[in-house]
Design a binder for this molecule. Structure first.
Ligand code: ZN
Length: 343
């Protein structure tokens, strides 16, 4: 592999919404406008982030999830079989937070393409490789109540089928990487082995583009930071799921490393995968130095060949301020450049 092709840089997915698009530094921020006005503002925001990523030297860029309110509900809004009026109080991610979630009351189907226009727009405005993120089937099932399927595994498979329809369309429109976000994989480790990986593979079935799964310890919000404090001195959740993922057909695994208590040696379990090493902490406003980014990758290189490593963020940057997120992207790009210069 040529030195300049080593350590491609990418983002886990979401980027902050500008203040004129939605309330800043907040998950679930309300939109500032509706209809055509909102759509135009979302496109402007996506353009800004494509340019910002390109300027920062990010190789595989995303539209920053500017077109959706949240990575799960942005997809579910376009699905039939869900009753949004029938709210159920649910402790999601194993009771890490309690939220009012909508309820599945019948078979789930797509009303039509969900993110096609978003991908078409992003594809038309960047020459770089394009990543598009979708929620994973297990994480969807952990963010919605079930009054129809009875078994979570069955509901996950039903969602996997419609995710697959969506993913195939997005691939045809030019997405180079389709990534499924599965933070729930770090919570229900037994279910991952029993049916989670199977549902994920169903969602990615037949795709010829690169396929990825992102598994993290969540956005840098208070509920997650408090949860992390209960996880002890070594976070070993990945240890239980990586063997099954390594045996799966998914090609890339995106994980959290920077500032976390994940023993980096666990990536040794992903010997057949490309590994997206999270080298940017999303729970702090402190900007990493390029040296710190390079050091995180340097640790990873003790357990995986450099050829299989990408430089990534720990998770989405959505709840951060725009300048902080932009500076973190710069650090990521500069860190990768440093690594290439030493390779
Ligand atoms: Zn994440």
């Amino acid at each position: 592999m040529a030195r300049e092709d080593l350590f491609p840089t990418t983002v886990a997915g979401s980027l902050p919404k500008p203040a004129w698009l939605a309330e800043p530094e907040k998950l679930w921020a309300s939109w500032r406008a509706d209809g055509a006005e909102r759509r135009a503002a979302q496109q402007d925001a996506a353009l800004i982030w494509l340019k910002t990523q390109e300027d920062a030297g990010i190789d595989i860029v995303s539209e920053g999830e500017q077109f959706r309110i949240h990575f799960v509900h942005g997809f579910l809004e376009h699905i039939q079989g869900i009753d949004w009026e029938k709210k159920t109080k649910m402790g999601i991610r194993d009771n890490r937070y309690v939220v009012d979630v909508p309820t599945v009351t019948g078979p789930v189907t797509r009303k039509g393409p969900v993110h096609s226009e978003d991908v078409r727009f992003a594809r038309a405005h960047t020459e770089r490789k394009l990543k598009f993120t979708l929620p994973g089937p297990m994480t969807i099932c952990d963010t919605i109540a079930d009054d129809h399927y009875g078994r979570r595994a069955d509901m996950a498979m039903a969602f996997a089928e419609i995710l697959n329809q969506e993913a195939r369309e997005l691939e045809a429109l030019g997405a180079d990487v389709i990534q499924f976000d599965e933070p729930a994989f770090n919570v229900f480790m037994e279910d991952v082995q029993e049916w989670g990986v199977a549902a994920l593979e169903r969602a990615a079935e037949g795709l010829k583009c690169q396929t990825a799964v992102h598994i993290c310890y969540g956005y840098g919000i208070e509920a997650n930071n408090t949860w992390k404090e209960t996880l002890g001195s070594q976070w070993r959740q990945y240890e239980q799921t990586f063997p099954a993922l390594n045996a799966s057909k998914i090609q890339q695994v995106s994980l959290e490393c920077a500032g976390s208590k994940v023993p980096i040696s666990l990536i040794g379990l992903l010997s057949d995968k490309q590994i997206l090493v999270g080298a940017i902490n999303v729970a702090t406003n402190e900007i990493e130095t390029p040296e710190q980014v390079a050091a995180t990758l340097g640790e990873a290189m003790k357990y995986a060949d450099a050829e299989r490593l990408q430089c990534c963020t720990n998770c989405g940057l959505a709840p951060l301020s725009r300048p902080v997120a932009a500076a973190k992207l710069q650090a990521l790009g500069q860190g990768a450049a440093l690594l290439r210069s030493r390779a």
